[in-house]
Write a protein that binds this ligand. Structure first.
Ligand code: GLU
Length: 303
């Protein structure tokens, strides 16, 4: 089956299943979303693209944005960033504090909250206007994107961000945060508040399917860096369910607690799905099912 037919068939197979997921409510603003939304958009490296459902509606991309902040830090500082954090799956919750104690404040990987906070700190030490510069960087990945921060979401994150506040201060106590924890946290809460549609996301992430280059040929990451980003998404992109995602779907990707998922098939496409209810591991219940059925029907994954 070609990609379009496979996506239509997979979407229809999953659309009306009994959704066993639950919308995230630990950030009150996230709980306001319509749980029935189901959207997908795919962009191929040859620029063909198509979507189903509410694929132009913007939503809170949450931890999907951690890929953007990591890419910018990697682009600015190269392999030096790995002195501050690791590249191993954590095997713990995304907001866990325990490992940091034994690991002396070095987060296991850039996609758990501890690692993302260290990346925000790196960006703050290396950018003049971190918030604006990060947004400009993300927008430069695709010519049609008007991705933006949401002040309602970042405020909600800040008000209820007790664990992230603890994490950032804990890492600071080991000397692995250079800036003021409150400033790093503010930047982090803004990162989590970014809003984009499935169409925006599949276009913004296409460079990772295209050996680090945007559709118009601009190099964002070199070939090796782009492969490494995909390797990290593959091994650490789905909280404590990354092995299962590799096993059932076979793509590199990243999810967020807003119910969004981005997945990459190098040299083929980027695909974004949004369905807010989450499974018990914090990934979109229907989103993962759709991607599993899609790679099964199209008979292609990265393996
Ligand atoms: N804003 C969320 C937090 O730090 C990000 C969660 C996620 O999408 O993993 O709690």
């Amino acid at each position: 089956m070609n990609y379009q037919d496979a996506l239509i068939a997979a979407y229809n197979q999953v659309k009306d299943i009994d959704d066993k997921g639950k919308v995230a409510s630990y950030i009150p603003e996230l709980a306001k979303v319509d749980p029935n939304i189901f959207a997908v958009h795919l962009t191929q490296v040859n620029s063909e693209n198509f979507g189903l459902g509410n694929y132009q509606e913007k939503f809170s991309i949450q931890s999907i944005a951690k890929v953007f902040s990591l890419c910018l830090a990697y682009k600015l500082l190269g392999e030096k960033i790995w002195n501050r954090l690791g590249v191993e799956p954590s095997g713990n919750g995304f907001n866990s504090l325990v490992q940091l104690e034994t690991d002396n404040g070095i987060p296991r990987n850039p996609f758990i909250n501890a690692g993302a906070l260290v990346i925000m700190d790196i960006l703050m030490s290396n950018l003049k206007n971190p918030k604006e510069d990060l947004l400009d960087f993300i927008r430069s990945l695709s010519k049609d994107s008007n991705i933006n921060y949401s002040s309602a979401i970042s405020k909600s994150e800040k008000t209820y961000g007790y664990r992230n506040i603890a994490l950032c201060n804990f890492i600071k106590s080991f000397g692995n945060i250079e800036n003021e924890p409150n400033d790093v946290l503010d930047f982090y809460f803004n990162l989590c508040s970014l809003e984009a549609s499935c169409e925006d996301l599949s276009k913004l992430f296409l460079f990772l399917a295209n050996n680090g280059k945007t559709q118009d040929g601009k190099e964002i990451l070199n070939l090796s860096e782009s492969k490494r980003m995909n390797a990290l998404m593959q091994t650490c992109g789905f909280y404590d369910e990354s092995g299962e995602f590799a096993f059932k779907v076979g793509l590199a990707g990243k999810s967020g607690v807003g119910g969004g998922t981005i997945a990459i098939h190098p040299n083929q496409y980027a695909i974004a799905v949004w369905s807010p209810p989450l499974n018990e591991k914090g990934n979109s219940y229907k989103g993962l099912r759709l991607l599993e059925n899609f790679t099964t029907l199209s008979q292609r994954s990265i393996f």
